[in-house]
Design a protein around this ligand. Structure first.
Ligand SMILES: Cc1cc2nc3c(=O)[nH]c(=O)nc-3n(C[C@H](O)[C@H](O)[C@H](O)COP(=O)(O)OP(=O)(O)OC[C@H]3O[C@@H](n4cnc5c(N)ncnc54)[C@H](O)[C@@H]3O)c2cc1C
Length: 381
């Protein structure tokens, strides 16, 4: 027998869960289908940095606006999710330090702190002595650091659990263990229109709105032509246990980043690998990260490694997300391809999809993220 909903979401990672909660908040009946415990799901694998800061000023203005809008939303959004789910989520707004390990990189970062957008991102160049005061565990070999004062971080695993729990508590119908295999499509006289989804277990969910939020697996859902050009980009990470709060802020170099958590874990990431769905982690990947981390924060070399893992970022050809209506099938909204920034972009994505699904305008410009940029446009008949 077919389930019925106003909207059905394919994928229950952070993006799917956030969209579900937002749609339910607008009064829609919502179902989420997710196979569950997918090895390599990005939302659990991520580092949780909230970093809209572009290393080159003015690199992609539409993306910068999207990312900054999402960061602005974050503190209130996390607080609301914690309250709705009863799950505490660690959120830190202490900024990020880009270490300069060579004089050349010091020159570049010093220069970056003088760009016109410096105030917007809270940029400040810290000389060697200031860096030692601010982050004593940073390498004494560092020539200084660029502080990005507005950057933040969040415990993405707790956040993903909280978003799913908040959605369920609000009445979202969570179809666990259910994989979407294809869209149900009808001809409505004006062209092709989504009527719901078909599930791997043989069932169906009938709904007038279908949201594609299956991360790097989005291209595998049949019925979209063209399929969303989303591919897996593997990222490996490890965690070590710090003595006390040895590192306070996120610390980054050109080769790695280190993200402290309140429970004393220090997350170290990440590789960027085009290896398809090849699982990880690998000894070579983890060794390279460990070496890079020790150059940035020497004490990490001696710390106990508690975990190593890998996940698949949903990458797109231009590294920008796919947000908005499918170019061919009416009623399909894409919320996928968030690549390296899906944790940061979750609140703004949820706001955008909730607005579009209820016939309102997106709260921020999304033309640059239109799925139509990759071809095939719906022909109205
Ligand atoms: C190592 C690493 C570090 C990262 N660090 C950061 C960071 O610091 N900051 C940041 O903002 N972003 C970061 N990211 C990126 C971020 O994790 C992703 O962009 C984001 O999590 C994508 O969320 P998602 O819900 O789209 O995908 P996922 O979390 O992968 O969820 C997709 C879901 O779809 C489900 N699914 C799969 N197939 C189907 C199907 N056919 N039907 C229904 N459901 C299906 C899966 O089971 C899964 O639950 C990182 C990613 C990695 C891998």
């Amino acid at each position: 027998m077919a389930e019925r909903a106003d909207a059905v979401i394919a994928g229950g990672g952070l993006i799917g869960a956030s969209v579900a909660w937002a749609l339910r908040g607008r009064g829609l009946d919502v179902a989420v289908a997710d196979p569950g415990a997918q090895s390599g799901a990005a939302s659990a694998a991520a580092a949780g940095m909230l970093s809209p800061f572009p290393e080159v000023a003015g690199s992609a203005p539409a993306f910068e606006l999207l990312a900054r809008t999402s960061l602005d939303r974050f503190p209130a959004w996390v607080a609301a999710l914690c309250e709705a789910s009863g799950i505490p989520v660690e959120f830190r707004a202490l900024g990020k330090l880009h270490l300069a390990l060579t004089e050349e990189s010091a020159g570049t970062l010093r220069q970056r702190a003088r760009q016109p957008d410096a105030a917007e991102y809270g940029l400040e160049w810290l000389e060697r002595e200031r860096l030692r005061e601010e982050e004593p565990a940073a390498s004494p070999a560092a020539c200084g650091a660029l502080l990005v004062g507005r950057d933040a971080s969040v415990d993405n695993r707790a956040l993903t659990r909280a978003a799913a729990a908040a959605a369920a508590a609000a009445g979202v119908n969570w179809l666990r263990g259910e994989r979407v295999v294809s869209l149900l499509i009808e001809e409505d006289g004006r062209g092709r229109r989504a009527a719901g989804v078909r599930l791997a277990g043989g069932g169906q969910v009938r709904a007038g709105v279908v949201v594609i939020a299956a991360g790097c697996w989005s291209a595998g859902i049949a019925g979209l032509d063209p399929a969303p050009p989303v591919r897996p980009v593997r990222g490996q990470m490890l965690a070590v246990q710090m003595p006390g709060a040895a590192v306070r802020r996120v610390v980054a170099t050109e080769s790695c980043y280190l993200v402290p958590r309140g429970d004393g874990r220090l997350l170290i990431g990440a590789t960027v690998e085009e290896v398809g769905f090849e699982p990880g982690p690998t000894p070579a990947g983890i060794a390279a990260l460990a070496t890079a981390a020790a150059e940035a924060v020497p004490l990490t070399a001696k710390l106990h490694m508690t975990e190593a893992w890998a996940g698949f970022r949903p990458g797109t050809p231009d590294a920008l997300p796919l947000l908005g209506p499918d170019p061919v099938v009416a009623g399909v909204l894409h919320a996928t391809g968030h690549y390296r920034n899906g944790i940061l972009l979750a609140p703004v994505t949820a706001d955008i999809i909730a607005a579009l699904a209820t016939g309102a305008a997106a709260p921020v410009a999304i033309d640059a993220f239109s799925p139509a940029r990759f071809g095939a446009v719906r022909e109205e008949r």
